[in-house]
Design a protein around this ligand. Structure first.
Ligand code: RRO
Length: 298
């Protein structure tokens, strides 16, 4: 069976994409993801200037997921540019650069500083970092402006959507600006309280919930995006722990699937997911991943 997929003109050897935020800024980890079989990798979201992130603790593990309030720590566009150019020298798979910007000018400056990437992913949806270009879900016109500017400069652009608010309105604006694809979903706004300390656990107070708990939400968002924009590819992300969740997202309309939280079990997860997708296609009599994209709509 054929596992390779085309996503917005990018040919991936298979549909498993490492989601943003998981590999940080480490070329070594990107390489390990490639060696483990990943079809593409996504960088941590980068802002124009370096950011420290929030005070510890920044992650809290639950039985059914993970809550983070990293606070968008990153080395800034200039240093990230060096890292991504090195990544592209070392890797054979596409590198997607996630960026956080609040104006077209800022986005263009980041993209120019990065230089080396196969696609951009505009992060419009960090659930808890305010005023830093990562909270664009309430501002469809800003998304329109940024996507238009990046498209005019010839970049391939994915828009990372949140499950909150009127994400279809944001998607519509991005679509009219010529966006190449959507990545859905980012984490869901959440909070954990320590009952003995009687206060929120995370240093950033509000965090983003990922993993098993958000999977059905991701399926719904991908389904809605595919129903409204059937020709726009979606990288379906959210709670892909194994091949079943991956296949669900593909049937909902995803052309590829993002894997994040599951990687805390190790990079072997990638091979397990791929093996499962391949078995499913063979057992069910399908020739390729592409032949089942969106089949749940039929
Ligand atoms: O760095 C973060 O705190 C973060 C970001 Br930018 C994001 O988009 N999603 C998330 O769960 N955490």
């Amino acid at each position: 069976v054929e596992l390779s997929v085309e996503v917005a003109g990018l040919r991936l050897r298979n549909p498993v994409v490492v989601a943003s935020g998981v590999l940080g800024v480490s070329v070594g980890l990107m390489k390990r993801a490639e060696d483990a079989g990943a079809g593409a990798v996504t960088s941590k979201t980068v802002t124009l200037n370096p950011r420290e992130g929030y005070p510890n603790p920044v992650v809290y593990e639950l039985d059914y997921g993970l809550v983070n309030s990293m606070g968008l720590p990153n080395p800034g566009a200039e240093e990230m540019g060096r890292i991504l150019r090195e990544a592209r020298r070392v890797l054979g798979i596409p590198v997607i650069a996630s960026i956080g910007a609040s104006t077209p000018d800022e986005a263009l400056r980041i993209a120019e500083a990065l230089e080396g990437f196969d696609a951009l992913e505009l992060n419009a949806s960090c659930p808890h970092v305010k005023g830093l270009g990562a909270d664009l879900m309430s501002d469809p016109d800003a998304v329109y402006g940024i996507v238009s500017a990046l498209k005019s400069s010839g970049y391939r652009v994915f828009l990372k959507l949140s499950p909150h608010g009127d994400y279809l309105a944001v998607a519509r604006k991005a679509y009219s600006a010529g966006v190449d694809g959507f990545t859905a979903i980012n984490t869901a706004k959440a909070m954990v309280i320590d009952v003995y300390a009687r206060k929120p656990v995370l240093g950033g107070v509000v965090g983003g919930l990922s993993g098993r708990a958000i999977h059905p939400i991701a399926v719904r968002v991908v389904y809605e995006l595919h129903r409204e924009f059937p020709e726009v590819p979606v990288i379906g992300t959210g709670g892909v722990e194994g091949w079943v969740e991956a296949v669900e997202l593909i049937l909902a309309g995803a052309s590829a699937v993002g894997v994040g939280t599951a990687l805390k079990r190790g990079f072997e997860v990638i091979g397990e997911i791929l093996g499962g997708i391949e078995r499913y296609l063979r057992d069910e009599g399908f020739p390729s991943v592409e032949s089942i994209v969106g089949l749940a709509h039929k």
